[in-house]
Write a protein that binds this ligand. Structure first.
Ligand SMILES: *Cc1c(COP(=O)(O)O)cnc(C)c1O
Length: 401
């Protein structure tokens, strides 16, 4: 297919800014386009393809389960759903799981469960949820309302009522936003879409303490930063705190649609048959792959490797371009890395494409890197070699003070 740009213009809703090529296949850490050109992939389907492309164990579980049972609704018990739920609970601080089909749907679930808690636990019902500027929680009306970034709201108002926005890493702003109606605080331990901003340890601990004092629920959105990405199975584990609800999605089924809400008992007790649901959610195929994903992450000690490699990656970036006049900040946790420039990064991303490199963005001025979690030092070195080359081409050495 060569007329993909025209076809998209004619038939597809114009909501995406796409790269100027058509991807046809992937193998390992590389993608190939319609002309057979090869790209080293350091965005990994927005952090979804944690094991790269064509992983034999993922493919085997896909094949095995799809031959047995792809879907049957939640009218019936299925084994992969229960096994995956059990693994997630064993390794987290929560007690129950609900599966859905995407990140935004997981956030919707968490909002509903928090509201239910607020309605049933207290004599005068609570429904307000505090979320943070620069956060991202999805595109459906609940997730969108939780997303405190005006650019996503334009033309879609009125939003769902009951959200209050606070400043990330500013505990006073949270205290000011509290009201007798507050039922939960929703936060990304590392903000992804908003620009790769890690929460401060003290801040998350203060939020946890506040939640304990006021009987509020702490919801961590780990859709992007969870499942090994930041160097621990769950990002919250690096903060010495325990959330009441956790949302997961992106890499959970290695590319098949899935989302999950992990819930503590004290919230789960208020949900009964008929209160929430999903036709596809927790289907045997996505869950069977989810089991393989979790087993690989855990048994191969991938989060530990990500932690060490991420430190090396950040340090090397800092050493090589950290003091370049165009670089404002290099930050991240594990293999979730942001490089903030003083200007738009789009030309750099295009130059990457020309040179066989897929890199992402978060906002206009920030490069976002979410490579597959299975990369090794030599592939970080290969990336650095390519990236530094295009970086210096783009912002020629002459500019350097
Ligand atoms: C991607 C993302 C979402 C939305 O997930 P979708 O699967 O695109 O609906 C929500 N929260 C965070 C933190 C995300 O990174």
């Amino acid at each position: 297919m060569n007329n993909f740009v025209e076809l998209e213009n004619q038939f597809y809703l114009n909501v995406f800014k796409r790269a100027p090529f058509l991807l046809t296949r992937g193998k390992g850490l590389y993608c190939y386009d319609h002309q057979g050109k090869k790209y080293l992939d350091f965005i990994a389907g927005l952090g979804v393809n944690a094991f790269g492309y064509g992983d034999p164990e993922i493919l085997a579980s896909l094949k095995r389960q799809s031959a047995k049972l792809i879907h049957c609704t939640n009218l019936y018990y299925t084994e992969p759903q229960l096994t995956l739920a059990q693994i997630l609970i064993r390794h987290s601080c929560t007690d129950k799981v609900f599966f859905c089909n995407s990140g935004t749907e997981a956030v919707e679930g968490a909002i509903k469960f928090a509201r239910r808690y607020g309605h049933e636990k207290f004599r005068s019902p609570r429904h307000e949820i505090i979320s943070f500027y620069n956060g991202f929680h999805g595109r459906t009306m609940g997730g969108l309302s939780a997303t405190a970034q005006r650019k996503f709201h334009t033309g879609f108002t009125p939003l769902l009522p009951g959200f209050k926005y606070c400043t990330f890493n500013d505990f006073d702003s949270v205290k000011r936003a509290l009201s007798p109606k507050t039922c939960a605080i929703l936060i990304e331990p590392v903000q992804g879409e908003g620009g790769i901003y890690p929460a401060e340890k003290k801040f998350l601990q203060q939020l946890e303490q506040l939640c304990r004092q006021k009987d509020l629920l702490l919801i961590v959105d780990e859709i992007q930063c969870g499942l090994g990405r930041t160097g621990s199975l769950f990002a919250y584990q690096q903060y010495g705190m325990k959330p009441h609800l956790i949302t997961l999605a992106k890499p959970l089924a290695a590319g098949l649609p899935i989302g999950a809400v992990l819930i503590q008992k004290k919230v789960a007790q208020f949900l009964r048959p008929g209160d929430h649901g999903s036709t596809f959610g927790g289907n045997p195929l996505a869950c069977a792959i989810g089991i393989t994903v979790l087993k690989k992450l855990i048994f191969k000690r991938i989060p530990q490797k990500v932690k060490a490699l991420g430190q090396y990656f950040l340090k090397e970036l800092e050493v090589r371009i950290g003091s370049h006049p165009r670089v404002k900040e290099i930050r991240g946790r594990g293999l979730m890395i942001g490089i903030e420039l003083d200007s738009e990064v789009a030309p750099l991303v295009s130059r990457g494409y020309q040179n066989g490199l897929l890199i992402g963005t978060a906002g206009k001025n920030i490069i976002r890197l979410l490579p597959p979690l299975i990369i090794e030092k030599k592939q970080v070195d290969l990336f650095l070699q390519k990236f530094i080359m295009i970086f210096l081409q783009q912002f020629s050495m002459a500019e350097q003070r």
